[in-house]
Design a protein. Structure first.
Lengths: 99, 99, 99, 99, 99
C-alpha cells in the first residue's frame, strides 16, 4: 500500500457500466521526507476509487493490484487502486510526522 | 488506474487468436503538472485495448493488471491494460484542470 | 502491454520442467520519441516467451503479469511476460511511426 | 520480495472493516550499496501489514502483489504488501552485510 | 521475467511458517549494456526463492508476480519472485553476450 493525498476528482460520462456511480479520485502518492519528519509528493498521479468517504486534501491509504478488488464495495469493479483508509497520523520514532 | 492520452494505434496481423478484431491503442500516461492546473505527459508509452469507443487525442482512464480483464469485453483476453472510461474533466480545488 | 524489440535469446539448460522447450527471448521495451515519429529504446531488458513465432529484431506486443498466462500456449507456464503479437505498424496522427 | 526497514507506523480510524485491528507499518525499501557491503535506503515509502511481530527499525522481508494475501493472517485482507520475515543477516561472498 | 545475478543470501529465523526451509536469495536485476555485448547491474536489489539449485554469482532467470507461485515448489508459498532457470548464455545478433 502507499500513502496518497487526494488532490482532485475525475468525471467520466462514457465508461464501463460497472463504474457508473463510482466516485473516481485523483491521488498523488507521497513519501516521507529524508529526515522522516514530514511527507512530500512523489510527483506521480494515480486514479483510485474510494470505499471510506475520503475527501479532497485528505491523506489516504491506497491498495493496488488485485487486492484493490478485495473490499465488499470493489469486488466486481475493474479497478487496480482503492482507498481503504484515511490516514489520521504517522508516527516515526515516537514523533508524529507533519502533514 | 491512470490518466492517459490516446496518441495512436497499433496494427498487428500476426497475433494470438483472442486478440483478433481488437482495437489496439497506443497510450501515453499523463500526470498533473506541479501546479496541478494542467496535465503533462510522463514520456512513457503503453498499449491498451478499448472498451468505450475512445479515439485518438482523447484522455482516458486506464486500468492495469488482472483488473484489465475485469470488463465483459476483455474477460477472456490476454491483456494487462484496458481503457475503461473517457475523461470529461478533472477538478482540483474546484478548478477544472486544463487539457 | 508494451512495444518491445526482440534483441536476442536466452539459453537455460537447468530450468523448471514446465519451461523445457520454450523459446526464451530477450526484449527491450521501446517508447515513442518525443515527437512521436519514431521509437526509441527505454534501455531496460526483459525476458519473455513467444506465442507467435517472432524473431530477432522484430517489434512485438508484450503482455505482462497474470495475463501473460492468458494464451493457450502459456496457461500452465510460470511466466510473467508473453509476446502476443508482431507489430506491423504504429500510426500516430495518420502518419506511420518509423522503426 | 524486497528488504525493507520499518521506519514507523500508521494510524487510520476510518478504514475498511477487514483492516480493523491490523498493525499498519511504514516501510522503506532498502538495497545493497554499490560495494555490496551494506544497505541503503531507496528513498521510497511503502505501507505493509505485519505477520511476524516485527518492530520499528527492524529490517524485514516484504512480499508484494497477490502473494501478500498468501499467509493465514492476510488471506482475507485487501493488502498488497505483507511482512513475512525479520532479516537476521545478509551474506554476500561469505561476508555479512552491515546494517 | 528478468535476468538477475545471485549476489548473496538472506537469513530469517522469525518468518511465516510456509517459508521455513526455503533458501532465500538476494538478487540484482541486470540488463544489457548499450552496445548489447555485455550485462550490467541495474543497481536494484530483490529477494527471490530458488527452484533450480542456483548458487552465488550465477545469472538466473527470475519470474515475478503471481506466476512466482507457478512452480510445483512454490505454489503454496507467499512469494512474488522465483528463480526458474540458470542462464547458460545470451545471444544477441549471433554473438554471445559477455558475463
Amino acid at each position: 500500500m502507499f500513502i496518497g493525498k487526494i488532490v482532485g476528482s475525475l468525471v467520466s460520462t462514457q465508461k464501463v457500466d460497472a463504474m457508473k456511480g463510482q466516485k473516481i479520485l485523483v491521488i498523488e502518492p507521497f513519501r516521507l521526507t529524508e529526515e522522516r519528519t514530514g511527507l512530500k509528493t512523489t510527483g506521480r498521479t494515480l486514479v483510485a476509487v474510494d470505499t471510506v468517504g475520503a475527501g479532497e486534501n485528505e491523506y489516504v491509504l491506497v491498495v493496488q493490484g488485485s487486492s484493490a478488488r478485495g473490499t465488499p464495495e470493489t469486488k466486481t469493479l475493474p479497478v487496480d487502486a482503492t482507498i481503504i483508509g484515511i490516514v489520521d497520523s504517522i508516527v516515526v520514532g515516537k514523533q508524529k510526522v507533519n502533514f
